[in-house]
Design a protein around this ligand. Structure first.
Ligand code: NIG
Ligand code: FE
Length: 389
C-alpha cells in the first residue's frame, strides 16, 4: 500500500503515554501514514522512506478532536430563545419541545442534510470523530429515523429516547418510560452503540433513568448519561454505579459525586459551550482533575443549549474559565473524548492508530486558547487522507 510521510512538523502532540510530557510531545517530528492508519511516529531525522512526502512547514500537529457528545439530528433552530436568554431568561430545557415539533415534521432528507452539514463543519474545524445522539424525535418512528441518520454519519451513535417526556405523554410519564425501554429501544438498538438519559431536573429522575439505562444495557448498548447539568442530583452516582463510560455536563457536583468519579473508570465530560450559551456557571474542571478524575471536553452541539460545533472554542473556554491548562484541555478534547467513547484507536498518534490529525496554523497547541476565535485549523487528515485546507 502507498505510504505518505508528513514531516517538518514543528511540534507533534501524540498523547502517547509512552512518550514524555502530558501530551507525549515530539519536536521536529514526522508521521508515516499507510492506508487509514499510522505506521510510524517519531523525530523527522529518523523517519523511514515513503512513497510521497507532505511538509507541514514547522506547524503544530495534533490528533483530530474527538467530540464525544453532540445532538446533530434536528430541524429548525432557536435563535430567539438564545436572544431571550441573553436578556436574562433562564435556561430550563423547555425549548427542547420546539425542536421536537420541527424534527418530527421534517423529511428524512432534511434531517440528513442538516446533520451532514454539521459533521462537515466539525471536520473543517478539526473534529475527526463525533458521537451523534437521537433525542428530538421521541416517537418510535422519529427516534428510529434519527438513529438511521446518525448511523449514516458515524459509528458512535446514541439512543436518547429519554431526553424529555414529550407533550402527548403529559401526566403519563410511566407509559413514556415503558415505551422508551420497550418498543422504542427495540426499534433503535440495531442502529445504536450507546444508550443515554437526561437525568436532571425537569427531565428524568434516578429511578426512571435506571430503568432506561438497564434496559439499554440488556439490549447490548453501552451507557452514558446527561447528569448534574441544571442542579445537583443522582445522575453522576448512578452513572458510576452502572459503569457508564461517561457522565456528561457535571456542572453541579457534591464531594460525594467527585469521590465516586475519582474511584471509577467513568469519564467526566464537560461541555462548556452549554454554560456559555445558557450564561451559567462553568463546571470546575480543576476540582475534578485534582481529584484524579479523567476529564473530556465536547461541544454538546445542539440548537438549544450549545449551538457550536467548535472544539477549539471549547478548549479556549476550558482554559480561560474552568481552570484547565492548555495541555489538559487539548488532552481532554482528543484523548479524553476517546476515553469517553471507549476508543483506543483515535485521540492518539502512535503506530496502529487511525491516521486522523489536524495541522494548526500555529507553532503550538497553546494557540488554540491563546488565539480564541481565530480559525487555526489549516488542514485535517481523516483515515489517512487530507479532507480540507
Ligand atoms: O445537552 N441537556 C439536555 N439536552 C441538551 C439540550 C437540548 C436542547 O436544549 O435542545 C444538552 O444541553
Ligand atoms: Fe447534551
Amino acid at each position: 500500500m502507498v505510504t505518505v510521510l508528513l514531516d517538518d512538523i514543528g511540534l507533534l502532540v501524540t498523547n502517547d503515554p509512552e512518550r514524555d510530557g502530558p501530551l507525549g510531545e515530539v519536536r521536529n517530528a514526522a508521521v508515516l501514514v499507510e492506508g487509514g492508519v499510522l505506521r510510524w511516529v517519531g523525530p523527522a531525522t529518523s523517519a523511514p522512506v515513503a512513497d510521497s512526502r507532505v511538509g507541514c512547514g514547522g506547524r503544530a500537529v495534533l490528533p483530530g478532536f474527538v467530540d464525544s457528545h453532540a445532538h446533530l439530528v434536528f430541524a429548525g433552530e432557536r435563535a430567539e430563545e438564545f436572544t431571550a436568554r441573553m436578556s436574562g431568561r433562564p435556561y430550563d430545557a423547555g425549548g427542547i419541545g420546539a425542536t421536537v415539533r420541527e424534527t418530527r415534521a421534517a423529511p428524512d432528507e432534511v434531517l440528513h442534510a442538516r446533520a451532514s452539514a454539521l459533521v462537515a463543519e466539525m471536520l473543517a474545524g478539526g473534529t475527526t470523530t463525533v458521537e451523534i445522539k437521537s433525542g428530538y424525535g421521541l416517537t418510535v418512528r422519529d427516534e428510529g429515523r434519527s438513529l438511521a441518520v446518525a448511523a449514516s454519519l458515524t459509528t458512535e451513535t446514541t439512543y436518547l429516547g429519554a431526553h424529555v417526556v414529550p407533550p402527548e405523554y403529559a401526566g403519563r410519564r410511566d407509559d413514556y418510560v415503558d415505551l422508551v425501554r420497550g418498543d422504542m429501544l427495540a426499534a433503535c438498538a440495531p442502529a445504536a452503540r450507546w444508550v443515554d438519559v437526561f437525568c436532571d431536573r425537569g427531565a428524568f429522575d434516578a429511578e426512571e433513568s435506571r430503568a432506561v439505562l438497564t434496559a439499554g444495557i440488556a439490549a447490548g448498548l453501552s451507557a452514558r448519561l446527561h447528569a448534574n447539568q441544571l442542579g445537583p442530583g443522582p445522575g453522576v452516582r448512578l452513572g458510576v454505579e452502572l459503569g457508564a463510560a461517561s457522565v456528561d455536563h457535571c456542572t453541579h457536583l457534591t464531594e460525594e459525586d467527585v469521590a465516586a468519579l475519582a474511584g471509577s473508570a467513568t469519564v467526566a465530560t464537560l461541555l462548556p459551550g452549554a454554560e456559555f450559551s445558557t450564561r451559567s456557571p462553568y463546571p470546575d474542571a480543576r476540582r475534578l482533575l485534582d481529584a484524579g478524575v479523567t476529564v473530556a471536553l465536547a461541544t454538546d452541539c445542539n440548537p438549544g443549549s450549545s449551538y457550536t460545533s467548535s472544539m477549539a472554542f471549547c478548549v479556549a473556554l476550558a482554559v480561560r474559565d474552568m481552570g484547565m491548562t492548555p495541555a489538559e484541555a487539548v488532552w481532554a478534547a482528543t484523548a479524553g473524548g476517546a476515553r469517553a467513547l471507549l476508543r483506543d484507536d483515535v485521540g492518539v498518534l502512535r503506530p496502529g492508530a487511525r491516521a486522523d490529525l489536524t495541522v494548526l496554523d500555529a507553532p503550538s497547541y497553546v494557540h488554540l486558547a491563546y488565539r480564541p476565535g481565530v480559525p487555526l485549523v489549516r488542514e485535517v487528515w481523516k483515515d489517512g487522507r487530507p479532507v480540507s485546507g
